[in-house]
Design a protein around this ligand. Structure first.
Ligand code: ATP
Ligand code: MG
Length: 449
């Protein structure tokens, strides 16, 4: 911790001088004030302070008034009260109101130093805890949009998130279904619990049994211990069923029971276990069509689909393209330690006119590639792919589809130039050894300007 700044308020010049001397001797910064008025006007200013050491008896203001004013102006400033022998009552009052501690005059210097050390230690712990918590919090990815359509969807999402009913999210691939699902969880009463996600397309029937339901010891050969399944883990949480349209009929039947009854039976057990799970499901398939062709159970559909959120494709909300592109730009620019901050007018026009069959995910990829290729702080047309009118992708604007090798060359060149051809820095940023960099520079002919 940097040297703490301590304010002292006392009307006796002798005491101020004495305290200043010992505290400065301990490495603290000290400011002294001889009246309540002076102190209050200092606190009302913008200067920082770590602690206030305040006498209870001052000629111009009563100590409790000063204390209350301080609390109002700087609610977080720790205050230690100094009292003369015999006036402990007011000190006790101040403690009740939230002063950290008090000390009775006259006191040995060790006693004061002990109190201060204690306070600063506690402050530091508090600060460390706060930082730790901040680091632990998984930062939910940010939803970015500008269009009126998406604003309505977002408002609706927040509204239904609070309801705790099951939700089905529909939309083309890459429209942000998973992001909406996690937004639902983070805006619901379950936000303090875990957001579990399973990919239903990957769930075969055999995997399902063990993964979802868990099993008890001895349920089958090799089941040496009881294994908790995803359903048991998800109790009280949100369970996201991604690609629910790809779930097999048998799995649908088994999950239907869980949703209907709120309970399931672990493999090898006879005792049903009850669970409280909020289901959020998503698919890019047309479930009505799937039901008609018998690939999706109707009863399961109606259980999941209490509320539907339809995510429109990106091409139907072109107003979202610019803010999203800039959002991805910032992210990749930071990740690649480049200073690409803008998109040229022509490049932006291309982005807006494109059909985006892969939606937000495709835009994300295009921006990542553009940041790699950018040689200035602006995304220009030649860093974008060339697109045909029908939305399909042609070759790269800078001539031919870029091979992985060409991309590597471009990236090394960009980082190398951005760092004024400083090799150690470039190697460090690229995460390769200096030797490897030297070899690549020769190989790609990047050596001389
Ligand atoms: N509105 C948005 N703002 C910021 N990022 C977004 C937005 N929509 C989507 N993304 C990002 O685009 C990518 C694709 O989104 P997501 O995975 O949620 O789509 P999806 O609909 O689940 O796709 P798929 O059907 O392919 O599984 C993710 O990296 C996501 O963070
Ligand atoms: Mg998805």
């Amino acid at each position: 911790m940097a040297k703490a700044k301590i304010l002292i308020c006392d009307d006796e010049a002798e005491i101020l001088r004495y305290l200043k001397k010992i505290l400065e001797g301990e490495g603290y910064h000290v400011e002294t004030y001889s009246s309540g008025t002076e102190l209050i006007s200092r606190l009302e200013g913008s200067g920082f302070a770590d602690l206030l050491l305040q006498d209870m008896r001052l000629p111009d203001m009563d100590g409790l008034t000063i204390f209350n004013q301080t609390r109002r102006i700087r609610p977080d400033l720790p205050v230690v009260i100094m009292t003369a022998y015999g006036s402990i009552d007011t000190a006790v009052d101040a403690i009740k109101l939230g002063a950290y501690d008090y000390i009775t005059k006259p006191f040995p210097k060790e006693k004061l130093l002990g109190i201060l050390a204690n306070i600063f230690e506690r402050q530091q712990l508090k600060e460390e805890n706060r930082k730790l918590k901040e680091d632990l919090q998984v930062k939910a990815p940010q939803l970015v949009f500008r269009s009126r359509q998406f604003r309505e969807i977002y408002d609706f999402t927040l509204q239904v998130a609070a309801s705790d009913s099951n939700i089905l999210i529909l939309g083309e691939s890459g429209t942000g279904k998973e992001l909406i699902a996690s937004t639902i969880h983070n805006s619901s009463q379950r936000r303090g619990k875990t957001f579990y996600s399973i990919n239903c397309a990957a769930l075969t029937e055999t995997l399902l049994e063990s993964q979802l339901f868990g099993h008890v010891r001895g349920a089958f050969t090799g089941a040496f211990s009881t294994q908790k399944g995803i359903l048991a883990e998800s109790d009280g949480c949100t369970l996201f069923l991604d690609e629910v349209g790809d779930m097999s009929l048998a799995v649908q039947a088994k999950l239907l029971r869980v949703i209907q009854e709120g309970e399931f039976i672990p493999v090898g057990s006879t005792r049903p276990q009850s669970v409280d799970i909020r289901f959020v499901a998503a698919t890019n398939r047309d479930l009505e069509q799937e039901m008609r062709s018998g690939r999706f159970r109707e009863d399961f559909y109606y259980r999941l689909n209490v509320i539907t959120i339809n995510l429109p494709p990106l091409r139907e909300r072109p107003d979202d393209i610019e803010p999203m592109a800039l959002h991805f730009l910032e992210r990749f620019s930071k990740r690649m330690k480049k200073q690409v901050t803008a998109i040229s007018a022509a490049a932006l026009e291309m982005l807006i006119n494109y059909q985006w069959p892969g939606n937000a995910r495709e835009l994300e990829n295009v921006m990542e590639r553009a940041v790699i290729l950018a040689r200035t702080n602006e995304i220009t047309v030649d860093t974008l792919p060339i697109w045909k009118k029908d939305g399909s992708q042609l070759a790269n604007a800078s001539g031919g589809s870029l091979s992985l090798e060409a991309l590597e060359k471009e990236h090394i060149r960009a980082v190398y130039e951005a760092n004024s051809q400083n090799k150690s820095k470039t190697a460090e940023l690229l995460g390769i050894s200096r030797k490897t960099l030297d070899r690549k520079i020769v190989e790609y002919g990047l050596g001389s300007r």
